[in-house]
Design a protein around this ligand. Structure first.
Ligand code: DAH
Length: 332
């Protein structure tokens, strides 16, 4: 066979193979084309290879070289077609799975819980009045929760039915007043702190009670502090937290850690609402932490954060705050 004839045959084969591979629509037809051209036994390339034997001896090296080139080209064309097909399959699968007409899933932006928002604002307000933020543990010993606060062992507030005891002398704190003691034990007067956090009492949950709630505690100790300072500070606080037309009222009360003690009521756009307790720090408390009550006096207060939050937002049932229902929480 003449060299030119062999080469023509080779070129024709290469062109046909490429056309066949390109035309193959699916894996089965591509495989059929592969067998037709590259099949190890009776593929057409194999058949042409047999013609190599009939090429004139002098032309054989050139014919063989050209044969190898064409073989590589056909194999490359097959691989390219195979690659194209895989990508097409992936693309069509993606296309099937992502229907652009399906309504999207709305991304919901998270936000701080209304209680957290309230705490942040209260800290801000008190920060402007010169109070820094202190923290204390939620698992407390009876010294910080009771004794140091002038609550003796026989006091009804220490009853197991009124507290979540974890072990003798260890409980979930029932008030943030514990932080007063923790701060005074560590610092010398003057003291001017607030502390916000969870407290626990075995109350039955209803619209205004929950076995876990939040308090903001304040403590100011210095020379010559009076009840007038307490009242003006609380009024400033209430006006900042609500509005200028808020009124503050003190009612005589009793707390073991303050003397005198008062209940703090607030009135805003309507009736009076109880916010918490306050008073002048009892000399026994000052003595318990090593302060000299002859030299220092101070005031303390403890307010319910749920109440403040509920009043500000018009929430009528504080249980809603703890259901974790985003439809409710999303409103604030
Ligand atoms: N600890 C009190 C309570 O949980 C609230 C309270 C009253 C805190 C008077 C005070 C205070 O600091 O002076 O009922």
């Amino acid at each position: 066979m003449a060299l030119s004839e062999f080469l023509t045959e080779l070129d024709a084969l290469a062109a046909q193979a490429k056309t066949a591979f390109d035309a193959a629509r699916d894996a089965a037809s591509l495989e059929a084309a592969r067998v037709e051209f590259l099949g190890a036994r009776s593929g057409r390339l194999k058949t042409v290879q047999k013609g190599l034997g009939q090429v004139d001896k002098t032309d054989k090296p050139a014919a063989g070289k050209r044969f190898n080139e064409v073989k590589q080209a056909i194999e490359a064309a097959f691989e390219a077609a195979e690659q194209r097909q895989t990508s097409a399959t992936v693309a069509s699968t993606v296309a099937v799975c992502s229907d652009p007409t399906v309504p999207g899933v709305r991304m919901r932006l998270g936000r701080l819980h209304p209680i957290t928002q309230t705490i942040e604002e209260l800290k801000e307000i008190m920060g402007r009045l010169g109070f820094s933020v202190a923290e204390g543990p939620e698992v407390e010993d009876s010294w910080h929760n009771f004794e140091a606060l002038n609550i003796p062992p026989e006091h009804p507030a220490r009853d197991p039915l009124e507290n979540f005891y974890l072990a003798p002398g260890l409980l979930l704190r029932s008030q943030t007043s514990t932080v007063q003691i923790r701060v005074m034990e560590k610092t010398k007067p003057p003291v001017r702190i607030i502390s916000c956090g969870r407290v626990y009492r075995p109350d039955t949950a209803d619209a205004t009670h929950y076995p876990m709630f939040h308090q903001i505690e304040g403590l100011l100790i210095d020379r010559g502090v009076t009840m007038a300072d307490l009242k003006s500070m609380l009024r400033l606080f209430a006006r900042s937290a609500f509005a200028d037309d808020v009124h503050i009222r003190f009612r005589p009360s009793f707390f073991p850690f303050t003397e005198p003690s008062v209940e703090v009521d607030m009135s805003w756009q309507g009736g009076w609402m109880e916010m918490g307790g306050a008073g002048m720090v009892d000399p026994n408390v000052l003595r318990a932490v090593g302060y000299d009550p002859e030299e220092y006096t101070g005031f303390a207060f403890g307010l319910g954060i749920e109440r403040i939050c509920a009043r500000r937002h018009g929430i009528t049932d504080i249980r809603e705050l703890f259901k974790n229902d985003v439809r409710f929480l999303h409103q604030f």
